[in-house]
Ligand binder design. Sequence first.
Ligand code: CA
Length: 237
Amino acid sequence: MSTVLVVEDEAAIGELIAINLRHAGFEVKLAADADIAQREVDRELPDLVLLDWMLPGQSGLQLARRWRGDARTRELPLIMLTARAEEADKITGLDAGADDYLTKPFSTKELLARIRAVLRRKAPEALDAAVEVQGLRLDPATRRVTRRVEGEMREVKVGPTEFRLLHFFMTHPERVHSRAQLLDRVWGDHVFIEERTVDVHVKRLREALGPVQCAGLVETVRGAGYRLTQQLGSVAA
Ligand code: CA
């Protein structure tokens, strides 16, 4: 389940957004000002932030700039909410690092569409959409991994960590991920475990993928990390 942090000082608006997002399957956290929002983010990175521009104390714009200047929050998916519809404001918001910009009042439908679009672009592993690479299909909604082999649909049995790891690889194919990046994105930040833990789980994942002839999908890139290849030619049984 994806977590959305809603930073909004008007309680009625915040609650309304929260109800609608929860209804759509998101976990929602509410913060009434920038300090509370910062504490939430320090504690655990959400998958996306809806950030109201006008907040008491530090503005949403200042908070967005601060987050973009910090390595930990630089890539945090961020949508600014505002009552200001002027073009110049929109540009200022996007310049501050917002991934998108919504002018109040907006419909729930539009909000959800924008959230999904930003997640698709920046954090597709946070979405429930099924992904498929070389016939290997992973469905987050049912938590199943399947592949047709010799005309027969086979299910791949993987543990929860291998499932998340495979999901991340499949939503970011052909890119090389360092062990540190994988720990951040798959295990979650603030988790202090050794990098060789990643190797252990990659090994388990390959073993699980062997029976469906996909063990070779996850490649080791010497000195750099791991990559999921989309080239079936290099896939060893
Ligand atoms: Ca406000």
